[in-house]
Design a protein around this ligand. Structure first.
Ligand code: NAP
Length: 322
């Protein structure tokens, strides 16, 4: 099988595509043939071991798994003799944010936590664009107590997380104002009620107040956004912030201030996948896809994703026959 391979923490310029034996599942594992996966910002953290804290989870001093890749849609091709929840031939999807080795034609994983059955009606490419960004967006929103008609500001409306967050907030009937840099039409099409073009307008002067601010690209700071929050409003960012201030602020603002910072640590992948299955089957979610590439183009895709300029999701079509 072909797989992306590296043995040290490295940037995308040093990865190679290797021919490796197809891995055999242990008794509690399933072997999965990857149909599609994404190249996302979490993959970059797994690849480069940056921020350093990633290395506590991905391996020290070098990566435990030489094959990167965090999410996938695929087909079960073999099951270990202790596995009873999955059968050969079933479609599955999943994610592990410290790496599952899905940037390969096949990989093996334990048959729990990180995988779920994928409804047969769903397109594996579309579904692959509804995993990483959507899971983080769901975790943002689940930390908030928003009611229909409440107002939210999404900074970074074209990102993987931001584009999912807009649609998920609209599904909860939240009024959404989104900030985008020059992609107003695409963000409007996701359902945002108002789009601020950050390249022409300063969102801090938007004249609105919000129950929640979701900075999905980690480019703002609580102290700057604070005046835009209603009393008891919440600020969430996908990044740690300068000097990891968002962790510190998430501990002290709930005690010292009415307006608080929440740091969303992602959890409950099964809940996220179940919600996305439901929304996709009801055609209530339409992921933003920047491009679909082949495995041979993955190095360029890593380079592109590292620039922080992708529009939604970059998908690798691993099986050319789907
Ligand atoms: N906390 C976690 O567990 C976690 C997990 C995954 C990712 N992250 C972090 O979350 C962030 C977002 O990830 P992602 O995958 O959603 O990002 P992404 O898809 O790479 O976001 C890129 C998009 O954001 C837009 N953008 C960049 N800066 C912007 C700004 N100041 N205002 C408005 N739009 C802006 C870009 O538009 P232009 O092309 O117009 O600039 C581009 O369309 C990353 O910083 C990533 O490291 C955190």
């Amino acid at each position: 099988m072909k797989a992306v391979y590296r043995t040290e923490y490295t940037d995308f310029s040093a990865i190679s595509i290797k021919e490796l034996p197809i891995p055999e599942p242990k008794s509690d594992e399933v072997q999965i043939k990857v149909l599609a996966c994404s190249v996302n910002r979490t993959d970059l953290a797994v690849l480069t071991g940056w921020p350093w804290i990633m290395r506590l989870f991905v391996g020290w001093p070098r990566p435990r798994n030489p094959i990167p890749g965090t999410d996938f849609t695929g087909k079960v091709t073999k099951v270990g003799n202790l596995v009873s929840d999955f059968e050969e031939g079933e479609m599955v999807w999943g994610m592990k944010d410290n790496g599952i080795g899905s940037h390969a034609e096949y990989f093996c994983t334990k048959a729990f936590n990180h995988i779920q059955k994928l409804p047969a009606d769903l397109d594996p490419i579309i579904a692959a664009a509804c995993i990483e960004g959507a899971h983080y967006a769901i975790n943002f929103i689940n930390k908030l107590d928003l009611q229909p008609e409440d107002r939210a500001l999404v900074i970074g409306g074209t990102g993987g997380i931001g584009s999912a967050a807009i649609q998920l907030l609209k599904a909860k009937r939240i009024h959404v104002t989104a900030v985008s840099l020059g992609q107003a039409d695409r963000v409007k099409a996701l359902g945002a009620d108002r789009v601020i073009d950050g390249s022409k307008e300063n969102f801090l002067e938007c004249g609105e107040q919000f129950h929640a601010i979701l900075d999905s690209v980690g480019k703002s700071r609580f102290t700057i956004c604070r005046p835009l929050l209603f009393p008891k409003g919440s600020y969430l960012s996908s990044e740690l912030g300068p000097n990891w201030e968002n962790i510190f602020l998430s501990l002290i603002t709930p005690i010292l201030s009415k307006k608080k910072v929440i740091f969303p640590i992602p959890q409950d992948l099964q809940g996220s996948l179940s919600l996305m299955s439901e929304l996709l089957l009801k055609k209530q979610f339409n992921p933003l896809i920047d491009r679909v590439i082949s495995l041979a183009e993955i190095q360029e895709a890593y380079s592109y994703v590292s620039q922080g300029k992708k529009i939604g999701n970059v998908i690798v079509k691993m099986d050319p026959e789907i």
